[in-house]
Ligand binder design. Sequence first.
Ligand SMILES: NC(=O)c1ccc[n+]([C@@H]2O[C@H](COP(=O)([O-])OP(=O)(O)OC[C@H]3O[C@@H](n4cnc5c(N)ncnc54)[C@H](O)[C@@H]3O)[C@@H](O)[C@H]2O)c1
Length: 380
Amino acid sequence: MMRKHASPARSFRVGILGAGFISDLHIAALKTLPFVEVCSVCDQASGKAALTGERWNIPQVYSSLEEMLEKSSLDVIHILLPPDRHFEAALACLEAGVDVFLEKPLATSSEECDALLRTSARSGRRAGVNHNARYHPALERLKTAIRAWRFGRVQHVAAAINLPLRQLSQGQHDHWMFRSPGNIVLEQAPHPLSQIQLLVGNVESVSALASGRQLLNTGQPFYNTWQISMVCERGSAQCSLSFGGGFPVSTLQVTGEDAVAFVDLRTNRVQISEQTRFLEPVDHLLDGVRNGSAAMRQGAENFVNYGLSFLKLKASNDPFFAGIRASVRAFYEALREGSPLPVDLEQASAVITACERIVHSAGGERLNYTDISKEIAHAG
Ligand SMILES: NC(=O)c1ccc[n+]([C@@H]2O[C@H](COP(=O)([O-])OP(=O)(O)OC[C@H]3O[C@@H](n4cnc5c(N)ncnc54)[C@H](O)[C@@H]3O)[C@@H](O)[C@H]2O)c1
C-alpha cells in the first residue's frame, strides 16, 4: 500500500547555485542518487559556472539566479552561496515555487529565518538545510549505540574544535567569516551545535566567553577562542571553538546515564566506556582491552576504505564527503516520501538562534569595538 503523500517514482530536476568549494561535494553526492538529474549550475562568476558545468557534464549554465529560475524548469535548487546571500536566494526560489536545500548557516539572523519559515508555509515549498556534521560516520556509530540503549538517557555533550583556518593564516581577511566578530560563530558553530541539537535538543540558554582578540588586516577585531556553556531541552552542553592555531581537533564527549563516549571526528573513531558486572579493576582492564581493539579495528577499516577509494575500487568514503552524501540522500528521500525533512527550517533556525545567543552572551556589539578606549568608556 502506498503511503500518504508518497511518490516513489518521483524524480528531481536539480540546479546548483554557487559553484565554489562546496559545490563539487554536493554534485558528487547528487550523482549517487538515481532519481536526481543535475540540470543547471549558476554562479555570478560565469567562468566558474562554466568550468563546473564542463567537469560534471551539466547542460545548462547561468550567471544569475533570475535567469536560472526563468529558463530551467527545476524542482530543487541547492543554495551554496556565502552565508549573507542565503536568505535572498532562498526567498526567491521558494517564491518561484522551487524547493531548496541550503548550506549551513541557514541565514545570518533569526529575523531572516522567520521570514523563510513564513515564505515556505505560504508557498507550500520545502526547505532543508545541510547539517552534514550530524551524518559524520563516527557520529553514525555513536547513534547506533544510543539507539541500542547502551547510554540510557544522554545527559551531557562536550564538543571541542580547534581549526587551523587557512584564510586566517594566509591573510585572506576579507572573507565573510571575518567581517564581524560574530560571523565566525555563524560560519563554524553550526557543525557542533547541530550535533548537540541532535543529542540533547535545542539550546535554551547560553553563557559564553570570547578571548584571543586580534586585529585583522582589514582593521576588524577577531576572537580566536570561544568557550560556551549551554542548557538544552534534554540535557546540558559545552562547546569550545578555537581557530588558527595548534593541532587540529574535532571531538565530542557524550555522557549518558550508563555510558560515556569519546568521538574523534578527525580520526573517525569512537570509544565507548560502560560498566560491566565485574569488580572495578577487572572492569577497567576489560574497558582498556575492548577500546584498544575497537580503536585498532576502526583505524584499520578507515585505512582500508581510504586505500580502496584511492585505487578507485570503491566510492570515496572520506568522512567529510560521507557526511554530505548521507545528508543529501536523507533530504531527497524525505522529499520523495513526503515525510518530515531530516533538518527542516525550524531546526536550522534554532541553531541560528543559538549562535546569536552565543555572540550576545560573549559581548554582542562590544566585540566589534576596534578602539580599546571605547570599551573602557562602555564599561563605565
Ligand atoms: N557543510 C560544510 O561542511 C561546509 C563546508 C564549506 C562551506 N560550507 C558552506 O557552503 C557555502 C558556500 O561556501 P564555499 O566554501 O563553497 O564558498 P565559495 O566562496 O567557494 O563559493 C561561493 C560561490 O558563490 C558565488 N556567488 C556569490 N554570490 C552569488 C550570487 N548572488 N549569485 C550567484 N553566485 C554567487 C561566488 O562567485 C562563489 O563561486 C557557505 O554557506 C559555507 O558556510 C559548508
